[in-house]
Design a protein. Sequence first.
Lengths: 182, 119
Amino acid sequence: MADQALRKAPLVGRHGGSAGARVTPAGPATRLSLRAGTDAIGTLSLAFGLELPQRPKTSASVSGRHALWLGPDEWLLIDENGADLMAIAAGVSALHSATDVSHRNTAILVSGPDAAGAIASSCPLDLGKTIFPVGAAARTVLGKIEIVLLRTGEEEYRVECWRSFSPYAFGILAEGAEDAAL
Amino acid sequence: MLLIYCPYCEEERSELEFRHGGDAHIARPTNMADITDEEFQDFFFLRDNPKGLIFERWRHIHGCGRFFNAARDTVSDKFVMSYKAGEPKPDLSGATPATEKPLTEKVGETHEATEGTAK
């Protein structure tokens, strides 16, 4: 028993936010950094069971699996149910590059009527309803770090950041949530 | 804060997401082995740094990650336009081009006036 290694989630036990915006660590998920040319998109979409978005700032979501457009040939795939995305990618013969980043990233969920305000406290992205609607996703900056932001609901956001930066991200979002509630 | 139009994201984004990438449209010599050290130095190290409208590379590093080109006024910092990498240099005849030579008349004691003339 003493030899057993335990994996500890980077933000375990943390909680923060305010009456207007709740900040909580997201559960573990598998993630894939996917790069592919236009001719492989169809095959990859079929394999992953969702249409890889091809327009800027868009995403596709099917039962806990998300595909986020990051660049013209780059996507971030997230599976909240922990499906083995690498195994799926390995079964695709079309030319692509897939890197498992499940443990490089972690996510923070920001929700509530002041959620946009909490994020906007340190993120320059326009979070307005028409320019960043539900399902919109973008890689951007939060304070001093790079994040990937996904709007999962009217008042819900998922902030993907690097694992080692997550205490910073969590702290700045918790501060932002308190400020936004003032 | 500057807003820069990314031709790949097709919208204006904060300057915080971008990184400057030096002059655009620099032609790499095709006879690299034959040119002299001085010619290589000119191509590799020396840039004009003019006042006015210039064309330069930018990278949307904290966004889509793509390099693109932009026309910017070095005096006002105004971005005239931006376009995808690989596209030809746009004709901006309406805009005032950058002064090719250093100003001859004295414009106060500026550092620009005392610097050398890079080709």
